[in-house]
Write a new protein. Structure first.
Length: 567
């Protein structure tokens, strides 16, 4: 029969057992040491006590006078008993030099021979020994009695070993009581400490904690989602590699222990991390990334900190922008297909009416207009991604009644842009600028009574809403400029316009210009805002280009080749 496996004792339980054993061993050791030292001290005290008594008796003049009498025992026996009772020792024996007793606690022993060693005392020395006599084992002192320099007798004072042991046993009882109290107090203290440890370790044992730590470290380094843990004082308690990357922290930057506001992050992101309430899927921008932030407070009776997760939304946001552009292109194509059907019906009707020449003129005029637009954009902007973007945006703008004008000095040769300049960033920058400009131009009060139409520039009738795009690449930089005929942006909003959430179209907007500045910053460029020549806003993006040794594209075209083409 296979026995069920038992779960190993928890770390707190193991520590409790170890600490109890350790405390018990320490207390037992201290008790043994105290007993041994107490026994030695008791014997030493007893030896000093009987030595003092023996010397006092040997130096007493009355003792010397009694020895000179014919019957010393008659005087010395009562004297020795008084000394014995007063000092609390077991016996005081006075004897002659032949070891014949004159005194003894048991009067029947008077006159008998003293049991013990006397040789050293007869030589004039005082010595201590443990000897078994008539009263049992005793600690005794033997000293000579001198009278005029001559040894006339001996004194032996002693205390039984049983009495010394009794005193030690009394001390041992108090010692055992103190040791038991120390063991109880130590055990209770250890239990309280380990109970708290058990709560903090959730009853896990050492192997489980070690395994948890190993998996914890592996997870932190393996997960691609940023993880940030803040303590109750908003200091960083933990941050993984992905979190450092998403927040733009250098690998050698010491982040743990620092507060969030010391990391020089954008104010909205710092506010989200410091917020006391939970945040769910909030979109925030750093210098180079778009990140989604989720926060959740850690609460356990008190606020212990905050857990923050960070997801990189940069690529997804770029793809969303491209998808929006594709939707716009699709709508433009659908509208153009509808318009083409109307024009085709018009041509067919003219032919049926016998107006063949007028039908041909109408059809060729539409084809020439579309072809001129395509030729102009493709001729000036040979970068295929930007050319396709401009043609698509031109169709969208036309559907909204806005002209998209390509400036006369626009020129980007094929291959002029280096591979390091991401095409996705170019689409983000130019696409968002054009979308905002078309929105602004389409809302201009061009049809209001009394409104003053925008001044006429090359391309397009006077007063029609217009967006002018400049795309120019030279040896040093790529310049993208978008101006509109809208109401413009006041100087007081020049800085706020690039902040995420700033918009004149209500909530849920205000991300495009923030992405423009982020994409420009990511490529080492700048974004500037000023007033355009048509009264609206003008955004200028400059992106540095690496030096090229194989020639450079021309930065201008001849006046005959640079006539603006409108959609």
């Amino acid at each position: 029969m296979r026995l069920p496996r038992t779960r190993p004792r928890s770390l707190a339980g193991q520590l409790f057992a170890m600490q109890v054993v350790l405390i018990a061993a320490v207390v037992a050791g201290c008790a043994v040491f105290a007993y041994v030292s107490g026994s030695a001290q008791a014997e030493e005290t007893a030896a000093r006590q009987v030595r003092v008594a023996a010397l006092a008796v040997a130096d007493s003049p009355s003792v010397r006078e009694a020895i000179r009498t014919p019957d010393p025992s008659a005087v010395l026996q009562p004297y020795a008993e008084r000394v014995r009772e007063d000092t609390g020792i077991a016996f005081v024996t006075i004897m002659d030099t032949e070891r014949v007793r004159w005194t003894h606690p048991d009067t029947r022993q008077i006159g008998d021979t003293f049991l013990g060693n006397t040789a050293k005392a007869l030589r004039g020395q005082t010595f201590t020994e443990t000897y078994t006599g008539t009263l049992g084992p005793s600690i005794r002192v033997v000293t000579p009695i001198r009278d005029g320099g001559r040894i006339v007798g001996l004194v032996s004072a002693g205390i039984t070993v049983d009495r010394v042991s009794s005193q030690v046993r009394d001390q041992l009882g108090a010692l055992a009581l103190a040791a038991g109290g120390a063991l109880a107090i130590g055990g209770i203290g250890t239990y309280v400490i380990n109970a708290r440890l058990r709560r903090h370790t959730h009853g896990m044992n050492a192997a489980e904690l070690s395994r948890l730590h190993d998996y914890h470290q592996a997870t932190l380094h393996a997960v691609r989602e940023g993880l940030l843990m803040l303590d109750g004082r908003r200091r960083i308690a933990l941050i993984n590699d992905a979190g450092r990357e998403l927040l733009g922290l250098e690998p050698d930057t010491e982040a743990v222990g620092r507060t969030v506001d010391e990391l020089a992050m954008p104010a909205p992101l710092t506010g989200a991390l410091l917020a006391s309430e939970a945040r769910v899927d909030e979109l925030h921008l750093t210098a180079d990334r778009v990140i989604v932030v989720n926060t959740r407070p850690v609460v356990g009776g008190e606020r212990r900190g905050t857990v923050v997760t960070l997801r990189d939304h940069t690529e997804l946001q770029a793809l969303s922008g491209e998808l929006d552009s594709e939707r716009g292109f699709t709508q433009a194509l659908r509208s153009q297909a509808h318009e083409a059907a109307n024009r085709l019906h018009t041509v067919v009707s003219l032919i049926e009416l016998g107006r063949v020449e007028e039908a041909v003129d109408f059809a060729t005029a539409e084809l020439e207009l579309a072809q001129v637009l395509t030729d102009r954009v493709v001729g000036a902007v040979e970068e295929p991604v930007l050319a396709a973007l401009l043609l698509g945006k031109a169709a969208q703008a036309n559907e909204r009644g806005v002209e998209l004008v390509l400036a006369q000095d626009s020129l980007i040769d094929d291959g002029a842009l280096p591979p390091s300049l991401a095409q996705r960033d170019l689409v983000t920058i130019l696409g968002n600028l054009i979308d905002n400009a078309v929105d602004a131009a389409s809302e201009s009060p061009e049809d209001d009574a009394g409104a003053v139409p925008a001044p006429r520039t090359a391309g397009g009738p006077a007063g029609r809403a217009r967006v002018t795009v400049t795309a120019l690449a030279d040896e040093r930089e790529l310049l993208l400029r978008v101006a509109d005929t809208g109401a413009g942006i006041g100087p007081e909003a020049a800085d706020e316009v690039f902040r995420r959430g700033w918009s004149t179209h209500g909530a849920g907007r205000g991300l495009g210009l923030a992405l423009v500045r982020q994409a420009a910053h990511r490529n080492g460029g700048t974004v500037e805002l000023d007033a355009g020549p048509d009264g609206g806003a003008r955004f200028t993006v400059r992106l540095p280009l690496p030096d090229r040794t194989n020639g450079s594209p021309s930065a201008s075209v001849s006046a005959s080749e640079s006539e603006e083409v409108t959609a």
